[in-house]
Design a protein around this ligand. Structure first.
Ligand SMILES: *[C@@H]1O[C@H](CO)[C@@H](O)[C@H](O)[C@H]1NC(C)=O
Length: 209
């Protein structure tokens, strides 16, 4: 009787643990940079088209920083020049406005990044910010008032947690906070396939493929 009971308790605990793991979304961090062709391609051809099918199963962290670095000082140097640094900061500011402490907005974040990373996107950031309901005045104030710089320091720190001094490849995609080179490689051409594998095919789109 005692052993029967303890087995029952064990199974209950195990079941609770499995249920809570299933309820947790797959964390997908996207480390990218504003003027990078490979980032534009990944977001436009892989991530954004898959978003609606996968959004109930994943939570995306966008980190617009890429291979930016600091030459000892306070300002950044970017792979594709100063326009890219400006673009990264505009995206940090708009994403911050969308995801302030009181208003996490994952759908708005995806829509914004898809707009801003579309080929030929308007580069001041006004058009895409306004498209997702963010007043461009807030973005300008963030860029010019020092908050943008702080947000880019945060993006730098987040990037350095997965790759130091910078990612070997941009975009870098990290699942559940652990870089895996094989998943990285496959993600660039089959993002849905990688996510389906990691969520054990729980999303309907996984069985339709
Ligand atoms: C990932 O892709 C790179 C570049 O194409 C290649 O050199 C590397 O061997 C690949 N790594 C793995 C683990 O597939």
């Amino acid at each position: 009787m005692v052993s029967f009971l303890s087995k029952g308790v064990f199974i209950t605990i195990l079941f609770a643990a499995v249920t809570s793991i299933n309820a947790q979304k797959l964390h997908v961090a996207v480390y990218y940079e504003s003027l990078c062709g490979d980032s534009i391609r990944f977001i436009t051809n892989q991530l954004n088209p898959a978003y609606d099918d996968l959004k109930d199963y994943i939570e995306i962290l966008f980190v617009p920083f890429g291979k930016s670095w600091r030459n000892g000082g306070e300002t950044f140097i970017c792979q594709h020049g100063p326009e890219e640094c400006a673009g990264n900061m505009v995206q940090s500011c708009t994403l911050n406005a969308l995801n302030g402490p009181m208003n996490g907005n994952p759908d708005g974040s995806m829509a914004y990044v898809a707009c801003q990373m579309a080929p030929g996107a308007e580069q001041s950031g006004r058009v895409c910010a306004e498209k997702v309901g963010i007043d461009f005045g807030f973005v300008s104030q963030c860029v010019n008032g020092g908050l943008g710089q702080q947000l880019q320091y945060g993006a730098e720190k987040a990037t350095h947690e997965i790759a130091y001094p910078y990612p070997r490849f941009v975009p870098t995609i990290v699942y559940n906070r652990r870089f895996d080179q094989k998943l990285q490689n496959r993600s660039l051409s089959d993002f849905v396939g990688v996510v389906c594998e990691l969520i054990r095919n729980q999303a309907p789109v996984c069985s339709r493929r």
